[in-house]
Ligand binder design. Structure first.
Ligand SMILES: NC(=O)c1ccc[n+]([C@@H]2O[C@H](COP(=O)([O-])OP(=O)(O)OC[C@H]3O[C@@H](n4cnc5c(N)ncnc54)[C@H](O)[C@@H]3O)[C@@H](O)[C@H]2O)c1
Length: 268
């Protein structure tokens, strides 16, 4: 018996990187995964071939309201259910400047359309996908929303407009979503790698020459599986750091050690 037998999980940004690694791990734990990535993204079809019949590919742009509704309809019709949403899709600073970590771009050099695109892909997408899934999750009295944001320090890094603000918006919204959903059986938690991870997004080979020293995408799997499972019932509004998940502990102990309240809970 897998921890996720008979669960259907939507994973956005599933073609590669962290989304692909989580999809593989969720399927190994028994889930059916509706793997979403952009229209025309051929890597999604390659991933579908590699992961087999429990990976149902769905080309959609999750920054668009109509596409989000289509993804949810696809899950309900093709997989026959919907239990978990992993809001993982996102774009990084590499779309603006390959070497942004070693040679940061100041905000006044950005075009407004670059701001809008990134806010759409990284923050609005999480709102739109959650909004599309939540009526079904509330009606069944059980659900999970897992939002991938980023390290709190990255949100404030020099030269990280608009990535930092887009992820800060997603982080804040995760806390609000968790509060709004209290008492419904639907939980909302944040999951982050806990450092630069070995994916396409980390393109600055001058700043990160050693790929083995980065957080490997597979580190996301154990916390993603645990949060998606019944074992995390009642755990909401938390932020999990994948790098800190200690697989030598029981999952419940590892979860406790790898999480803290989501957002910025100070007196400020
Ligand atoms: N790599 C890191 O170091 C790191 C660190 C912290 C957080 N993250 C976050 O983790 C998530 C996954 O990143 P990754 O490193 O795997 O990057 P990646 O570029 O390898 O994968 C991101 C995927 O999201 C897809 N995507 C982007 N916008 C989309 C949209 N509007 N609709 C559908 N699909 C879309 C892309 O096509 C791509 O396949 C992102 O949200 C990212 O911000 C990454």
């Amino acid at each position: 018996m897998g921890a996720l037998d008979s669960k259907t999980v939507i994973v956005t940004g599933a073609a590669r990187g962290l989304g692909q690694a989580m999809s593989r791990g969720l399927i190994a734990a028994g889930a059916t995964v509706v793997g979403v990535d952009l229209p025309g993204e051929v890597e999604l079809d390659r991933t579908a071939k590699a992961l087999g019949g429990k990976f149902l590919p769905c080309h959609a742009n999750v920054a668009e309201e109509a596409d989000c509704a289509r993804v949810v309809a696809h899950a309900l019709e093709t997989a026959g259910g919907l239990h978990v949403l992993i809001n993982n899709a996102g774009m990084g600073m590499q779309v603006i400047n390959t070497f942004n970590s070693s040679d940061p771009t100041p905000f006044w050099k950005l075009r407004p359309d670059q701001w809008h695109d990134m806010l759409g892909n990284n923050a609005t997408s999480q709102f739109l996908m959650a909004r599309a899934c939540v009526p079904h999750l509330i009606a069944q009295g059980w659900g999970r929303i897992i939002n991938v944001t980023t390290s709190l320090a990255t949100m404030l890094l020099r030269g990280f407009t608009p990535y930092g603000p887009s992820k800060a918006a997603a982080e804040a919204h995760s806390v609000i979503m968790a509060s709004d959903l209290e008492g419904t059986g639907v939980t909302v938690n944040v999951l982050v790698p806990g450092g630069a991870a070995n994916t396409r997004m980390i393109s600055d080979f001058k700043r990160y020459p050693d790929r083995a020293a980065l957080v490997q995408p597979v580190k996301m799997v154990a916390p993603a599986v645990w949060i998606a499972s019944n074992q995390s019932d009642g755990v909401t509004g938390r932020r999990f750091i994948a790098k800190n998940w200690d697989e030598s502990l029981t999952p419940a102990e590892a979860a406790l050690a790898a999480c803290a309240p989501a957002g910025w809970r100070t007196n400020g």
